[in-house]
Write a protein that binds this ligand. Structure first.
Ligand code: KIV
Length: 283
């Protein structure tokens, strides 16, 4: 069944957990969607995972559209969300609307995700009016890594926790379809999930959110640069890939690949004619 805003909201109501993973290309999107993942996120984490940057800051609208368009072709029944990249929604309402519209129309996602609190409520309302569903993102917001001073747990103290709760309520009232809560204490994530009507998706926010998201390459052990505490490895795909590559290199080097079963043949008479007429001729 195709996931929509309504089916996802119904999951919150019935207590069924929502599953979300990042995806950045067609083949991975297909594998995740066919395996039953409810939502796919073209995260700007593609800056690190796919493009090798140290953070998400250099990711552009064009990068996001390129990857979102590829994922959209493979996302099947999964609901597709794409990140608005760094500063693409912070230089004025018009820029933000134009960029979000590009991500929807050219990237073919079904919602956009933006990082930040109540200061984004007007934008959320305008996007919704224009037919663009929005997912919020609170707690550790990676686009602000330079102002946050690193990738750390957020909102542990009273003032920051109250601010996060108020931001979540404000975004909910403004009309976001859901909120990603990243790297916040599990107790706070639970409180937020109980207090707002839209669903919460946790990453490093404990088990009581309405759903969970992880970066695909993290949970498949394909990306070894950085392993946050909240990641669990569900399969060692990185090691499986390296085993496969080593086996391929060894087979090419020792001549066991390719063999007859991988080769095409031609008519013997034609080969003999070519050998006689051309190779002899050239000698
Ligand atoms: O960019 C991303 O992958 C994200 C998730 C970590 C939620 O925003």
């Amino acid at each position: 069944m195709k996931q929509t805003i309504i089916t996802l909201q119904n999951k919150k109501k019935s207590g069924e957990k929502i599953t979300m993973l990042t995806a950045y290309d067609y083949s991975m999107a297909r594998l995740c969607a066919e395996a039953g993942c409810d939502m796919l996120l073209v995260g700007d984490s593609l800056g690190m995972v796919m493009l090798g940057y140290p953070d998400t800051v250099s990711v552009t609208m064009d990068d996001m559209i390129h990857h979102t368009r590829a994922v959209s072709r493979g996302c099947g029944d999964a609901f597709l969300v794409a990140d608005m990249p760094f500063m693409s929604y912070r230089t004025g309402m018009r820029d933000a609307l134009v960029n979000a519209a590009r991500l929807m129309a050219e990237g073919r996602c079904q919602a956009v995700k933006i990082e930040g609190g109540s200061e984004l409520c007007d934008l959320v309302r305008q996007l919704k009016l224009g037919g663009i569903p929005v997912v919020g993102h609170l707690g550790l917001t990676p686009q602000s890594v330079n102002t946050l001073g690193g990738y750390k747990v957020q909102a542990k103290e009273e003032e920051a926790a109250v601010r996060l709760l108020r931001d979540a309520k404000a975004l909910d009232e403004a009309g976001v379809m859901g909120i990603v809560l990243e790297c916040v204490p599990r107790e706070l994530a639970r409180l937020v999930s109980e207090e707002i009507s839209c669903f919460t998706i946790g990453i490093g926010a404990g088990p009581d959110c309405d759903g969970q998201v992880l970066v695909l390459q993290d949970m498949l052990s394909m990306y070894s640069e950085f392993r946050p505490k909240f990641v669990q490895s569900f399969a060692d795909v990185g090691a499986a890939i390296q085993d496969g590559v080593r086996a391929y290199c060894a087979a090419v080097q020792d001549g066991t690949f390719p063999d007859d079963s991988h080769s095409f043949t031609m008519d013997k008479a034609i080969l003999e004619k070519i050998a006689a007429e051309y190779t002899a001729h050239e000698k």
